[in-house]
Each structure stands twice: as C-alpha cells, then as structure tokens.
Design a protein around this ligand. Structure first.
Ligand code: FES
Length: 126
C-alpha cells in the first residue's frame, strides 16, 4: 500500500493505492458514480457496469467499483461517452430508460427507491 496522487474530475487527490476509484471519489465528495451491483460488504465483482468512468489513456471505460487507483491517473466520471455507456448498461439489464412503459412485474418500495436513485444519476439526458 502506498499513497498516490491522481485527478478525478479535475480535482487533485491523494489516496491509498489499495482503494478503488469509486471509494476514492466518494471519499473526496465526488458522488455522481451510480452503482447497482456494488456493496461495500462484498468483494467487487463488476457485473452491472453502471459505474464506468473514463481513465485517460485506457482503451475502454473502466468499472470504478473494481479498478484500483494508480499514480498519475486522470479520471472523468461524467462525460457523454460515460453517460451513453451507463444508459446502455441499464438497457441491457432490462431497465426502461426511455418513455415510461408498464412494468413487467411491480417493484417493491426499496427496489423502486433504488432504481429512482440510479435513474437520477444516469438519466440526466436519458
Ligand atoms: S457497480 Fe456494478 S460494475 Fe461497478
């Protein structure tokens, strides 16, 4: 474990390199990365890809919940590419992101609340 300097949304931060981008972002008040499969109690398994972020120099978007920070990393959490990818991830999960449709099966209150929170984060221009 070592402290590294990186940048998230233009904000310079110092973090332990054993932490993930998601953890470091949240530690620094950057809370616009939506998650579905992430749970602090579990090892990250990166299955929903809702938390993707752009890392300068990376070939693809990376899941923030399972990608460790590194020295010199430059991260952007809200770009048009990131928003498109999150929207596509939601669609693959079967979550309606377009005009309202009748739900296939009713959601309980907790599910509805969680989905609303995710859609608020992802659905800015959906
Ligand atoms: S929250 Fe699901 S892949 Fe990161």
């Amino acid at each position: 474990m070592a402290l590294v300097k990186l940048e998230i949304n233009g904000k310079r931060v110092i973090a332990d390199n054993s932490r993930t981008i998601l953890q470091v972002a949240r530690d620094n008040g950057i809370c616009d990365i939506p998650t579905l499969c992430h749970d602090e109690q579990l090892e990250p398994f990166a299955s929903c890809f809702l938390c993707v972020v752009k890392v300068k120099g990376a070939r693809t978007l990376v899941p923030a919940c399972s990608t460790k920070v590194a020295a010199g990393m430059v991260v952007e959490t809200d770009t048009p590419e990131v928003r498109r990818s999150r929207k596509a991830a939601l669609e693959l999960l079967g979550v309606p992101v377009g005009p309202p449709r009748r739900p296939i099966r009713p959601l309980n209150d907790a599910q509805r609340q969680r989905l609303r929170a995710v859609l608020r984060q992802v659905g800015k221009d959906v």
